[in-house]
Design a protein around this ligand. Structure first.
Ligand code: IPM
Ligand code: MN
Length: 345
């Protein structure tokens, strides 16, 4: 996150980018000391006083139940009703993709993951725990309103970004009740977007298809759990979790940007974590705040680093976290297209 902030600080010098931020510590240290992951007041403060939240990866082995990370991440998603989890999976340089098929280079899938219900709703319970008769029930919650708004977000995005195909992913052949709802709502919404091809697929087939014809899918819309799984698959096909950024939004209200990856405790303190996913979150944030041109320059800077083989060990490189962050920051500082942009106002 330090490197993402470094990049943000460079961009904040641009006369057209009005950026101000506060830094908050919601780390596991604080939780272990105080028992508070995030307070109600902090939730309220985030909801009321900020245009966007940039969140670092969470998770610490000293909190084995992961309740600190869950409280904050799932807490923010649910309490701010951030129903869109937008996860672009784009091959930025073929060297980093495990796909051997040259079609892989053209992979650029935008996943719209429902982010407030499904199997993550926390509905369920257990009985006779710890006995051979134990029962564990985890309900999959799908509401008309919840399904409709994420599907509409996906189609709206496709139309705004000139994408011709939206694929809805479910498991209607085995999970009939939720499948029927998703398929009916998908057809309903698709009728409002007659210019866009609408396709429904089972999630197992989609997992295969992402590998088999990675360039085919453009916009994918799916439930919370399927989106979680497919976005990791999409991330690794696109170059690894070290490059995967996401936007959690309630359009028109709140926005939170976070890397798709976790906190990589196995390499903690070594200075080798890949900062690119966090930096690409800044690009999503700039786009969200209305500066797509700046987002584009930042993406170009990351792509230049990839092309020059400036990367951390997860990418097969030997650069450290700070070295990669500085390289990208310097590249932006030297980017004449960025600084010579004419103001049209
Ligand atoms: C993600 C993560 C989270 C999720 C975990 C940490 C609860 O895997 O953002 O994809 O499953 O949503
Ligand atoms: Mn995940």
């Amino acid at each position: 996150m330090g490197e993402a902030v470094r990049v943000l600080a460079v961009l904040a010098q641009h006369p057209e980018l009005e950026l101000e931020w506060d830094e908050w510590n919601l780390g596991a240290d604080r939780f272990l000391e105080t028992g508070v992951s995030i307070s109600d007041r902090e939730f309220q403060n985030l909801a009321d006083d900020y245009d966007a939240i940039l969140l670092g990866a969470l998770g610490d082995p000293r909190v084995p139940g992961n309740e600190h990370a869950r409280d904050i991440l799932l807490g923010l998603r649910f309490r701010l009703d951030l129903y869109v989890n937008y996860r672009p999976c784009k091959v930025r340089h073929p060297r980093y993709s495990p796909l051997r098929d040259p079609a892989g280079a053209a992979m650029d899938v935008r996943i719209f993951r429902e982010n407030t219900e499904g199997s993550y709703a926390g509905v369920g319970g257990a009985l006779r725990q710890g006995t051979p008769e134990e029962v564990a029930i985890q309900e999959d919650v799908n509401t008309y309103r919840g399904v409709e708004r994420i599907i509409r977000a996906a189609f709206g995005y496709a139309r705004r970004h000139d994408r011709r195909r939206v694929t809805m992913v479910d498991k209607a052949n085995a999970m009939a009740a939720s499948g029927a709802l998703w398929r009916r709502v998908f057809e309903e919404v698709a009728a409002d977007f007659a210019d866009i091809e609408a396709q429904a697929m089972y999630v197992d087939a989609m997992a295969m298809d992402l590998v088999r014809r990675p360039d085919h899918h453009q916009v994918v819309v799916t439930s919370n759990l399927f989106g979680d799984i497919l976005s990791d698959l999409g991330a690794v096909l696109a170059g690894g979790l070290g490059l995967a950024a996401s936007a959690n939004t309630h359009p028109g209200r709140h926005a939170l940007f976070e890397p798709v990856h976790g906190s990589a405790p196995d390499i903690a303190g070594q200075g080798t974590a890949n900062p690119m996913a966090a930096i690409l979150c800044v690009a999503l944030l700039l786009d969200h705040l209305g500066w797509p041109w700046a987002a584009g320059r930042l993406e170009a800077a990351v792509e230049a680093a990839l092309a020059d083989e400036v990367g951390t060990p997860d990418l097969g490189g030997d650069a450290g976290t700070v070295q990669v962050g500085r390289w990208i920051a310097d590249h932006l500082t030297d980017d004449r297209t960025l600084w010579e942009r004419q103001t049209d106002e």
